[in-house]
Design a protein around this ligand. Sequence first.
Ligand code: F2R
Ligand code: MG
Ligand code: MG
Length: 318
Amino acid sequence: MPLPEASSTASAKARGLLLGVTLGDAMGAAFEGHRHVDGEQLLQQERATTRLRYTDDTALTLALARHLAERSNPAPIDEDSLAVELAREWQREPWRGYGRGTREVFERVLRGTAWPEASGGGFQGRGSYGNGAAMRVAPVALVGTSPQHVVELARRSARVTHAHPDGQLGAMPQSCAVFLALHSDPEVPLERGRFLHRLARTVNHAEWRSRLEEVRELLDEASPASAAARLGNDATAGASVPLALLAFLRHPDHPAEAVRYAIRAGGDTDTTAAMAAAPTAARTGERGLPSAWLNRLENAATIGALAEALAERVPRCR
Ligand code: F2R
Ligand code: MG
Ligand code: MG
């Protein structure tokens, strides 16, 4: 699957990816924890003119993006540095709404504990299976050279805070979806069954294969509420990444619709909307994002500039 040739396309797609994550997060933040979100509530949020503020999902995505931008292939992740950089990002703006487990990991890292111990010490030594590693993983798709490479980068980026295997596994299909969408041609309809098959083959884990199979079963008809009832919509990786993938696959060429679907499903809305927007906007590029939302977004220029720095690293083909 060749990457479109023009570097302006790589730039537009990278900008779409990072700005899409941020918009999904910021649009969903107002509803995080709501059991149901009706169309009227969502419309009010869309019509508002107030600044759109993002949360921990974006803050950590940008920290990972900066980490990747400062390093070169073939080893773009240094876990010792990444753990400290993520923790410092939390320390800089702790009010962005972080998960309790991740906050505790960051406190330990900033006290000087090495990341394997800091990450492994959470949840009575089981480690976190929260969705915090999956929600921030999208930028690894910009530097990865193949699906296998991307999921390995995802696992390494995840384990500095999420020691539980499911916390790491959640980041793998999410990163792979963003990579495949980034390298897809938006002029050619996405073959959704084939897309899910590639995800399942790359992640190669029985429990996640069955989650992806459930997503396949819901591709054509499920309402957001029934999808949430079947797949889950909470702050764990296993009960949020499948819903986000479904939202993307329901609307692979329309980031705003993917975001609306994820938010209407309720629960961890900032995170599922951010994760749904990442592959969708990586596929369409920035032009797929509503300008009315972008105009309200905090730090949009800085985020766009970071995306352009990473766009230079997107491989031309694989
Ligand atoms: N934390 C929030 N939102 C609530 C507060 C927002 C409020 N508006 C505010 O401003 O304060 N959102 C963010 O957290 C989620 C990402 O979570 P992360 O980083 O993975 O954290 P954590 O705590 O490790 O895991 C999240 C939950 O998963 C469950 N869990 C994880 N591992 C577990 C284990 N081994 N055993 C049992 N439960 C486990 C827990 O319920 C954790 O709280 C995103 O939503 C982000 O937006
Ligand atoms: Mg959040
Ligand atoms: Mg959340």
